[in-house]
Design a protein around this ligand. Sequence first.
Ligand code: NDP
Length: 298
Amino acid sequence: MLDDTFLLDDLLALPEIEVGLAVLGCPIKHSISPQLHNAALEVMALKDPRFRHWNYRKIEVYPTDLKKALPKLAELGFRGLNLTIPHKVDVLPLLSSIDEQARVMGAVNTLNWEKDGWKGYNTDGVGLSRAIFQAFKLGMQEFNVLVLGAGGAARAAVAQCLFEGCKNVAIFNRSSDRARELCHVLKKNEINQDIELLESFSNPYAGSSEPTLVINATSLGLRLDDPSPVDLNLLSGKIYVFDMVYNPPFTNLLKQADEMGYLYANGLGMLVGQAAKSLEIWSGREVSTEAMSQAVHI
Ligand code: NDP
């Protein structure tokens, strides 16, 4: 065992687990998911002693070990799993069933043990939606949305916009081919609302009376010296900015939003929102995000 990170073999030495929860990834050492979940479980245990026996760990699982890890973990008493890099897509053929929204998103970050095996869900979109409501007091359906990026997080964001019926959605990505591919995949999934592709960054909804929400779903911002993925000066209209990056908490994109007087939020609320939704799936209870938010130490 490395610090508080488990390797698969360490689990055999654990005392009997009543209900085990865990995040699997590689690398996983940096994950703060155990802090979030165990804080929420402590609060839940005050009302229902059943949750005293629930424990959330982080486990390093190499890509080649995922196939053998999933049945092994079920055998050991694990009933809920989160997946992070690099497992979110590779897990798809290993599932017994998949939730419809996760299927459209093409990736899974939550597994729930059901009678015939692991069922996959994706809680990133719900986490994003809850974070946006919490930060701006507006639902996604009230915005025109510009999504920056075309990777897994962007796909979850665009799909969530479409599920919630936001006014309009446009995608801007460094590689326009990848953005085109994302639109194509979502259209194949019988989502009929138009998705606009931006070849250069601008606000096609500047004339609209509805506000525009810019969502950064690129990985630019993760490093302190990363430039902003776009120049907000190129936009006009009523603008809100959401950056999925939460560490560092104040990216160059958010600094510019602040200078321009726009309302903005970083990705911490999304991290907490997706964690709460996962715990709701596993426990069948509503989960308060308060304890999770207080437990975050970045
Ligand atoms: P992917 O690797 O799948 O996608 C990365 C995206 O970033 C691509 O669109 C890529 O563009 C773009 N990109 C990378 N480098 C640059 C650059 N130098 N200039 C412009 N664009 C760039 O990553 P994910 O979709 O999984 O994650 C994206 C971000 O979302 C990460 O920062 C991640 O931490 C965050 N995230 C936050 C969550 C939260 O709970 N807050 C949850 C999930 C993700 P291209 O296609 O051209 O390569």
